[in-house]
Design a protein around this ligand. Structure first.
Ligand code: ADP
Length: 872
């Protein structure tokens, strides 16, 4: 940048103010340049050189740049680092800029090429293959608040799927956790907006314009055909579409008709539950070690994305679950069919995403080829399944989606070469025989090329120079080249050659005939390219016209891949088909934890399977036993089995009968959330509070070591009260792990609570953990033995032993930690007593005729009531 007043600088600042808080990629020739703070950010994220250019306000202007041809890579890294980028392209050529300057009477030599922001690239609005992960959906969410109800729109721009839902504000974090959006937009000035949301104008999030926008996008007069949408949903949809219009600068990506998601359609899980069950990512953040990594046998990216969605939103409807299970079972029972199907699915291109790119105007000939191949393969899958007897109902609903594209695939097969390129600039993707005029043009340039080859041979003979060559480059076009020592002959005025360029060792010439042939090639080539381009546009439009049917085929193929993958996984691991029941029960025989089992198997170790049986009169299991004994593993495996079953898959157990769960809660292992300024114990209590206020008789709760983060007395007291509350008030099915022996006494008062422990024994002074669940309370805690096992030095363990002996002696004398619990009233009784007292007060107040009281009587009454409330 030169000094402050240059037009280029002005142009940059104008664009930058439009870009707002996005980094501005400013196109200059073959580079995108970044300036000022943008340059500093990009240089540090991308680890590229920060330089300077010119000055501004007396200081050098920081600058860095990335080459246009590899910009996608850099973009991907910036987006991953949480940046958003505005792309400012040159929208006219230097010649056009000069023409314009001439027209406007401005100095031509200083004509500045016009630039515009053509697109905003943000985490939620990507469609580029290179920027997306094949096995992960990329979600954008728009949320807003309409009179106390939150509207949520969720969209995967790469495939155009869109769902709308609403929820009470308290549930918004759980809904967003389920969606797992990489970008969230919310209206400006909304206090309860998610903390990392991109704020957009409030006016975008209004229901009437939202509805109008949706109708316009889908070209319909009413949305009734798509479902019933509330005002909150429409407002969120409006915000979503407006943001997409903004990001695409007016061009919208593929958007399929929205579907409304009813609350209660899915098993609910809050953010903490998802994180602790490590469903899509382990606590370390990666996919490895997660539930999905242990289950996923899908052979297509779209299948893996569908599986992730299934696991994120398990079903709550028995029939829908049975439908998925029946399909898995069907494919499992027929190993031959399974392997044929998986082979066919494996070769499928990602047609959902190819469609997304084509509709967004960023498609390539290869995307057309993928649509062709994918749809043809779908037809073959149809034919394979069509002949099979006893198809389950879900398969019958999928089947019709695998056919019906014959006309389009025929057209694409005729129009395109077998493997079309990703580049469209150099043409060559339209098949021979599709367009006679195009074939003629190609013939012309082919003839001319042959003519040039013949010309080369002729010139060699005529000039007696065997080393003469006719060559081509981007600057000169076609030219004749001879080594310098042979140049004289061609230099002669009557030779018919005209001199063009002298190089170090060679001299280059032109000739009239070469010039003519070269023109023929160039002209025919240009026209051929234009013809191919026109075909590309037309074919893309034909594809776009069938977008909904193609998207439905892609979705059906994904569903089939998920089922085939689940069947494969079940057969690999000897998993069973869970029976689904409406009763609040849980019966699992020989259940395993899929992730821990796989990790152990990798080391040649065996996983010990365990049973679990909860029912109305035995709904809370208190699980004791030493640390490292397998308590959390047991808790989690049962939660995961419920989740996997309701997602419609088989489960790692010999037998499982699952009573439908409305909400799953997991609080396992305290994890610090210091980023949000909360201590471990605080997080634990916040999460426990959520469970106590939300869990119902149909919920399943796993709680691990409640109260671990505080002092022994506090911890035991809290764990005790929480267990009682779940038993008495929430009445959920619950597995409750604790290392407080004292809690075993709860079994005396809670009739639907039973005691269990993970077994361990000491053998020759060493602790042996059996990882086996047994009935009854744990006999002791083995804390010192675990410490020894963990490698705590012997003198420290020995010292701990003598401290323990003292403590235990003291305990025997005083009755121990739980000594005072003998006369504790029952949980229900203690709550009832409080309520009762409160009720007599209310009764007295109701009976009082205030108008009939003298001021003195009124004062007396007030004193009396206060005394009765225990507050004298
Ligand atoms: P706790 O919660 O009782 O401290 P964990 O459930 O964390 O114990 O288990 C500790 C370790 O023991 C696990 O990492 C795993 O390697 C092993 N383990 C747990 N359960 C089993 C099992 N059923 N079979 C075999 N190994 C197990």
């Amino acid at each position: 940048m030169a000094n402050a007043a240059t037009p280029m600088m002005q142009q940059y600042f104008d664009l930058k103010s439009e870009a707002g808080d996005c980094l501005l990629f400013y196109r200059m020739g073959d580079f995108f340049e970044l300036f000022f703070d943008d340059a500093k950010t990009a240089a540090s994220v991308l680890d590229i050189a920060l330089t300077t250019r010119g000055e501004h306000g007396g200081d050098p202007v920081p600058m860095c740049g990335v080459p246009v041809h590899s910009a996608e890579n850099y973009l991907a890294r910036l987006i991953r680092a949480g940046c958003r980028v505005a792309i400012a392209e040159q929208v006219e050529t230097p010649d056009e800029a000069k023409e314009r300057a001439k027209r406007e009477g401005a100095p031509v030599s200083k004509a500045l090429v016009k630039r515009d922001i053509v697109r905003f690239v943000t985490a939620g609005t990507l469609t580029e293959e290179a920027l997306l992960e094949p096995r992960r959906a990329n979600m954008l969410a728009a949320v807003c608040d309409v009179r106390g109800t939150c509207g949520v729109a969720a969209c995967d721009i790469s495939t155009g799927s869109m769902t709308l839902e609403e929820c009470v504000p308290e549930r918004l974090p759980a809904v967003l956790a389920r969606i797992g959006a990489s970008e969230v937009v919310a209206p400006e000035g909304w206090d309860d907006a998610p903390f990392d949301a991109v704020m957009r104008p409030r006016g975008d999030f209004a229901s009437d314009p939202g509805e109008a926008r949706l109708k316009k996008v889908h070209g319909v007069a009413t949305l009734d055909g798509f479902g019933q949408f509330s005002r909150a949903m429409l407002a969120a949809a409006g915000g979503m579409v407006a943001y997409l219009e903004h990001a695409g600068r007016g061009t919208l990506p593929l958007l399929l008709p929205p579907t409304a998601r009813a609350s209660g359609e899915h098993m609910a899980m809050d953010e903490a539950t998802r994180a602790s069950l490590e469903i899509l990512a382990s606590q370390q953040g990666g996919r490895s070690g997660s539930l999905i990594a242990a289950i996923d046998r899908c052979v297509t990216g779209a299948g893996a994305r569908q599986l992730a969605e299934d696991l994120s939103a398990p079903l709550a409807d028995r029939q829908a679950i049975e439908g998925r299970l029946a399909l898995v079972d069907y494919i499992l029972q027929d190993p031959l069919l399974r392997s044929d199907l998986r082979d066919m699915l494996r070769s499928l291109p990602d047609i959902g995403r190819a469609l997304g790119r084509l509709v967004a105007g960023r498609g390539s000939p290869r995307d057309l080829g993928q649509i062709r191949d994918g749809l043809s393969e779908a037809r073959r899958i149809h034919d394979l399944l069509q002949g099979k007897p006893d198809r389950p109902p879900l398969l019958d609903t999928l089947l019709p989606h695998f056919r019906g594209h014959g006309e389009l695939t025929d057209l694409l097969s005729r129009a395109l070469v077998p493997s079309p390129p990703t580049e469209r600039q150099s043409g060559g993707y339209v098949a021979e025989g599709y367009d006679a005029a195009l074939d003629d043009l190609r013939e012309v340039s082919g003839n001319a090329r042959r003519a040039i080859a013949a010309m080369e041979a002729r010139y060699r003979e005529e000039t007696g120079t065997p080393s003469l060559k006719i060559r081509h480059n981007g600057v000169l076009g076609y030219f004749i080249e001879v080594p310098s020592k042979h140049a004289d002959k061609l230099m002669a005025p009557e030779s018919g050659f005209t001199h063009r360029q002298t190089m170090a060792n060679a001299v280059r010439f032109n000739s009239l005939t070469l010039h003519e042939e070269a023109n023929r090639i160039a002209e025919a080539g240009g026209r051929a390219l234009a013809a191919e381009e026109a075909h590309f546009e037309e074919l893309s439009e034909r594809v776009a016209a069938r977008r909904e049917a193609i998207a439905a085929t892609a979705a059906a193929l994904a569903r089939l891949d998920v089922a085939a993958g689940q069947a494969e996984r079940a057969s690999d691991g000897e998993w069973c088909r869970p029976a689904i029941s409406d009763e609040p029960m849980l019966a699992i025989e020989a259940g395993r934890h899929p992730v821990v089992e796989a990790a152990l198997a990798a080391n040649g170790e065996r996983f010990v399977a365990n049973d679990c049986a909860l029912g109305e009169d035995d709904r809370l299991w208190l699980v004791g036993g030493p640390n490292m004994g397998g308590k959390s593993t047991f808790l989690r495996q049962n939660a995961l089995i419920v989740l996997m079953a309701q997602a419609g898959g088989f489960v790692p157990a010999r037998f499982a009968r699952i009573g439908l769960v409305d909400q799953l809660f997991s609080r396992v292992g305290a994890s610090d959330n210091l980023a949000r300024g909360r201590s471990t114990f605080m997080v634990e209590m916040v999460e426990t509070a959520a469970i106590l206020s939300q869990a119902t008789e149909r919920s399943f709760v796993i709680l691990d070591e409640v109260g671990r983060g505080t002092s022994t007395y506090d911890g035991l007291a809290l764990a005790w009260a929480v267990a009682e509350a779940i038993h008495e008030t929430n009445r959920s099915r619950c597995l409750f792990a604790t290392h407080y022996h004292e809690m075993a006494r709860l079994a005396e008062t809670c009739e639907a609570l039973s005691l269990h422990h993970v077994r361990a024994k000491e053998w020759k002074g060493d602790l042996v953990l059996l990882h086996e669940l047994a009935e009854g309370a744990a006999d002791r805690s083995y804390g010192l033995a675990v410490a020894k096992l963990a490698g705590v030095p012997a003198p420290v363990v020995k010292r701990a032993r003598s401290v323990l002996d003292k403590l235990e002696k003291g305990r025997a004398e005083t009755g121990g930690l739980a000594a005072g619990l003998g006369d504790l009233p029952l949980f229900a009784a203690s709550i009832a007593a409080e309520e009762e007292q409160c009720d007599t007060l209310r009764e007295k107040l109701r009976e009082t005729d205030v108008d009939a009281l003298s001021p003195r009587d009124a004062l007396d009454l007030l004193y009396r009531l206060k005394r009765e409330a225990g507050d004298s």
